[in-house]
Design a binder for this molecule. Structure first.
Ligand SMILES: Cc1cc2nc3c(=O)[nH]c(=O)nc-3n(C[C@H](O)[C@H](O)[C@H](O)COP(=O)(O)OP(=O)(O)OC[C@H]3O[C@@H](n4cnc5c(N)ncnc54)[C@H](O)[C@@H]3O)c2cc1C
Length: 457
């Protein structure tokens, strides 16, 4: 009987992060992937936020396969006749990249290779078809007729999770809680891209487009960003609304492409790839259902995608890392029961992932209840998320403001004089800096909402 300590199903960002971390801890890990290579099955291009990855692979600059360093970000509020735009160039990002455009096929392969180099056994071309159960406990996986046993199985197998379903953890499939995305990658010569987006070689642009008064859909968003020699254009809409109104999203994409604002960026381009995919919309998996006897779910299988920003890769990686921490604890205790594995929630709670799951659930509940978002709320939510997500760091739970405020308001009076003399000015300086940044952000947001109001009228 083939047995290992841990089987991770799925070599996406969550699975590879988990396997990498487990291997670094010296825990026997098999990483199973159905694609012939990791990333083969994925929606081709994406924007890669660097915060988590930078920490995990400090020498990433050596070989991380990226397309362009995004130094220009645009937010376009869009209807049929009028477009308002905020454009921001940040040259600081040249030295200190915050995010890149990249291709999943190359990235997933690179990332899984890092897990393999760390000692995980990567097996590709293997689709897990079922789980092996013993008295309600997961003890392994089936790959058609083959069986592989483990102390613990991690479901990192994405939205349509077989592990989650077979373990009875994921039962809900509600179109109202999912978004559909269609995406095209359109080939254009690099110099044409540079000219149209006013960029130099290697620099990229990411444009968030928020359309309304355009077509029949009440909630939708779109993104357009630059790769080395191609442009990615994606449109997102609620599956429930598409179904209800019988709208085909690829028709919407075609309409969108014909609009002069979009057309001017993509004219003359040739289609390289077209793909459609579902994105979970929060509240799909209750945190209490992220673990069971001998099993954990992470990444999109567990619904750990940031609903507001759509950023899945960094949050899924963080969840994978926290799954690895939980498994290390279980290995130490030699206990893989749900009772030990529930510590997963504690590990997740040490990051911002649990808060994010609850927030996503709230947003999703709201959308499910209302059926749709009223425009101003929708705009406010999106504008807020855009303002914030460049700085998102899902690995850290930001307690500083609370600690800092408590100290400055109360603590300093009780601290010994020497400590007070040193610590108080430092914290006051830090607090002043934080407040100034917040003030600037608020100002930008206010301006944005004024534009929106003007636009609504
Ligand atoms: C159109 C679109 C655009 C997006 N853009 C971005 C973006 O720009 N930036 C961003 O951060 N996020 C983006 N996301 C979200 C992001 O893609 C996901 O959140 C992320 O891929 C989830 O990672 P994961 O590892 O949990 O799952 P996945 O990436 O889905 O990986 C799951 C892996 O498991 C494998 N697998 C599945 N079933 C089995 C099985 N039975 N046996 C073996 N292997 C299996 C799959 O082949 C796959 O490799 C986008 C999503 C979509 C749909």
């Amino acid at each position: 009987m083939d047995k290992t300590t841990c089987i991770v199903v799925g070599a996406g960002p969550a699975g590879s992060a988990c396997a990498l971390s487990l291997a670094r801890k010296g825990i026997d890990t098999v990483l199973l992937e159905r694609g012939r290579t990791p990333g083969e099955k994925k929606v081709s291009s994406f924007v890669l936020l660097m915060t988590e990855l930078r920490r995990l692979i400090p020498d990433w600059e050596k070989d991380l396969p990226v397309e362009r360093n995004i130094i220009r970000t645009d937010q376009a509020i869009f209807n049929g006749t009028d477009i308002k735009m905020i454009t921001s160039y940040n040259y600081d990002k040249l030295k200190n990249p915050v995010y890149f455009s990249a291709f999943r096929r190359k990235f997933d392969e690179w990332f899984a290779k890092k897990a393999k180099e760390a000692g995980a056994e990567l097996i590709t071309g293997m689709t897990v078809t079922d789980l092996i159960m013993d008295n309600g406990r997961v003890v392994g996986v089936k790959i058609d007729d083959e069986e592989l046993y483990a102390d613990i199985v991690v479901g990192a197998d994405g939205y349509h999770t077989k592990v989650g379903e077979k373990a009875g953890l994921v039962t809900e499939w509600d179109p109202a809680r999912a978004r559909l995305a269609v995406k095209e990658v359109l080939d254009l010569p690099p110099e044409v891209i540079n000219e149209r987006f006013q960029l130099s070689d290697g620099q990229g642009c990411d444009m968030g487009i928020i359309p309304y008064h355009f077509g029949e859909l009440s909630i939708r968003s779109s993104t357009l960003y630059t790769n080395k020699d191609s442009i990615s254009l994606a449109v997102f809409a609620h599956l429930g609304e598409l179904k209800e109104k019988n709208i085909k999203l690829h028709d919407e994409l075609e309409k969108f492409k014909e609009h002069p604002f979009i057309h001017k960026f993509i004219k003359g381009a040739t289609l390289r790839e077209y793909q459609a995919h579902i994105i979970p919309h929060g509240g799909r998996v209750n945190p209490e259902n992220l673990y069971g006897d001998g099993v954990l779910l992470c990444g999109e299988a567990g619904g750990t995608t940031d609903t507001a920003s759509g950023m899945g890769v960094p949050t899924c990686m963080t969840a994978g890392l926290m799954a690895a921490e939980t498994i290390a604890l279980a290995v130490k205790k030699k206990d893989f029961s749900a009772d030990t594995l529930k510590n997963y929630l504690k590990f997740l709670d040490s990051t911002s992932i649990l808060d994010m799951i609850y927030e996503s659930k709230k947003t999703s509940d709201y959308w499910v209840d209302k059926g749709k978002l009223e425009r101003p709320d929708c705009m406010a939510a999106i504008a807020d998320s855009y303002n914030q997500y460049w700085n998102a760091d899902y690995m850290s739970k930001d307690y500083h403001p609370l600690f800092l405020n408590l100290y400055l308001r109360v603590g300093k009076f009780f601290a010994p004089k020497l400590i007070r003399m040193i610590v108080t000015p430092i914290l006051k300086g830090y607090s002043f800096y934080e407040k100034t940044v917040e003030k600037i952000k608020r100002k930008i947001r206010r301006r944005f909402y004024e534009w929106k109001k003007q636009y609504d009228n």
